[in-house]
Write a protein that binds this ligand. Structure first.
Ligand code: NDP
Length: 433
């Protein structure tokens, strides 16, 4: 703690992993002797830099940006960039730390990293976004590369921002290095199904948990938080598999539409027009908008938190359990507070942590890297099938590892231990580095 003062979210993420690793150190004492845990908690490299840019009125702004290259035992650092005013080192480190284990779980050759900036894209023009992305990439380009570090999107960073960053990287380096960023557009090196992958993957994982109990997502009532990239495609896949999503949100409030969220309207509002979720009632007069408050008090069978960290607290967890919710799967990173997780784990509800349930996004990014490396472009169906198989495998390994360590059904332990052992074995093989 004293080495990383004030980095609350990082402490929370480390604590959540370390409290499950006791049995691993008993079984494999060499990991303790070789100080794998101490090494894994210290990023290999942290870069902090200034991003100056000019708005449309010529005024100069200065933001701060970060890239934390956490662990490269399994492959190049891999993880998104987040643009949100709340970003500081503690958030990027928590996300980078989680990413190490998540990426290991995918079974693909990618290490863990994360980056971002305290830049607020809300209300900014396209030109302002472009100037900001170009300024950021002018510095970031020195640190990344196909074999070094491969950033992607996250909150506030979608295909538009990846495009501006890729353009600047190409210009500075004079290299068409497709594999340097993922989440690209389909015409310039992107992968089919990448946009949908995190949300789809979260629903595939949810279905696997239910199947392991002889149930399925079909016919279930679902509540999803957020209305960004992850939330929208979680809603899409849940509907495709026969569930009904009755509510979703943004940072100002939430909507309830008992008939099922109209995906076309939601996409038009949030993706095309970049408006607020309250405008959904313009399309569906019978839908209800609630400003502020918590959508987790809405009775449902399945809850998918897909917005941001610590958005679901102990009171929310209590409400979900009391209302008979049977499964919670995290599309977002660390959306449930430690108190909320404890309540889920004391109940009979199925709980999937983000590092397992939302790993489909980064897995498909690794598939994008594979396509870039072979100058190939796969079909949507093939890529989606690969994603589904990866989510089935992640579920299987989490489930089996938990059972092996005497904690059947504990997906937190299953995910942490599976990911940790893979990274620890690689670090051990590479000596003291
Ligand atoms: P987007 O920017 O597309 O959407 C974020 C959504 O969450 C928006 O609806 C936003 O509302 C809401 N939100 C953001 N911050 C807050 C906050 N502080 N309080 C309440 N609501 C908030 O991001 P993504 O959908 O890409 O990411 C969502 C989550 O999923 C994040 O935790 C991210 O780390 C995680 N994730 C994303 C992956 C990806 O592939 N994109 C991969 C794996 C995990 P508003 O518009 O009002 O800000």
């Amino acid at each position: 703690l004293h080495r990383n003062p004030g980095e609350t979210e990082f402490h929370q993420a480390v604590h959540e992993v370390l409290e499950t690793l006791g049995p691993v150190l008993v079984k494999y004492p060499e990991f303790a002797e070789k100080k794998i845990i101490q090494r894994i908690c210290e990023p290999e490299r942290q870069i902090i830099f200034r991003v100056p840019w000019q708005d449309d009125n010529g005024e100069i702004h200065i933001n701060r940006a970060f890239r934390v290259e956490f662990n490269s035992a399994l492959g190049p650092y891999k993880g998104g960039m987040r643009f949100h005013p709340s970003v500081y080192l503690g958030i990027i480190k928590f996300l980078g730390f989680e990413q190490i284990f998540k990426n290991a779980l995918t079974g693909l050759p990618i290490g863990g990293g994360k980056g971002g900036s305290d830049f607020d894209p809300k209300g900014r023009s396209d030109d302002e976004i472009m100037r900001f992305c170009q300024s950021l990439m002018t510095e970031l380009s020195r640190h990344i590369g196909e074999y070094t570090d491969v950033p992607a999107g996250d909150i506030g960073v979608g295909q538009r921002e990846i495009g501006y960053m890729f353009g600047q990287y190409k210009r500075i380096t004079n290299r068409y290095e497709s594999g340097v960023l993922t989440g690209k557009g389909l015409d310039w090196g992107g992968s089919r199904a990448r946009t949908e992958a995190t949300g789809y993957g979260t629903v595939f994982f949810t279905n696997e948990m239910l199947k392991a109990r002889g149930d399925s997502i079909e016919g279930k009532k679902v509540v999803v938080s957020g209305s960004g990239n992850v939330a929208i495609y979680a809603i899409a896949k849940a509907h495709e598999l026969g569930a009904t999503v009755i509510a979703c949100s943004d940072s100002a409030g939430f909507i309830i539409d008992e008939k099922g969220i109209d995906l076309a309207a939601l996409k038009q509002i949030k993706l095309t027009e970049r408006r607020r979720i309250c405008d959904y009632t313009e399309f569906h007069k019978d839908a209800k908008y609630v400003e502020g408050g918590s959508l987790w008090s809405i009775p449902c069978d399945i809850a998918l938190p897909c917005a941001t960290q610590n958005e679901l607290n102990a009171n929310d967890a209590k409400a979900l359990i009391e209302n008979g919710c049977i499964a919670v799967a995290e599309g977002a990173n660390m959306p449930t507070t430690p108190e909320g997780i404890a309540l889920f784990q004391q109940s009979s509800l199925l709980y999937a942590p983000g590092k397992a349930a939302n790993a489909g996004g980064v897995a498909t990014s690794a598939l994008e890297m594979q396509q870039n490396a072979s100058r190939d472009s796969w079909t949507f169906d093939y890529t989606q099938k690969r994603l589904e198989d990866i989510m089935i495998d992640i579920h299987k390994s989490c489930y089996e590892t938990a059972a092996e360590f005497g904690a059947e059904g504990n997906y937190v332990l299953g995910a942490n231990v599976t990911g940790f052992i893979k990274v620890a074995r690689a670090m051990e093989a590479m000596g003291v580095i």
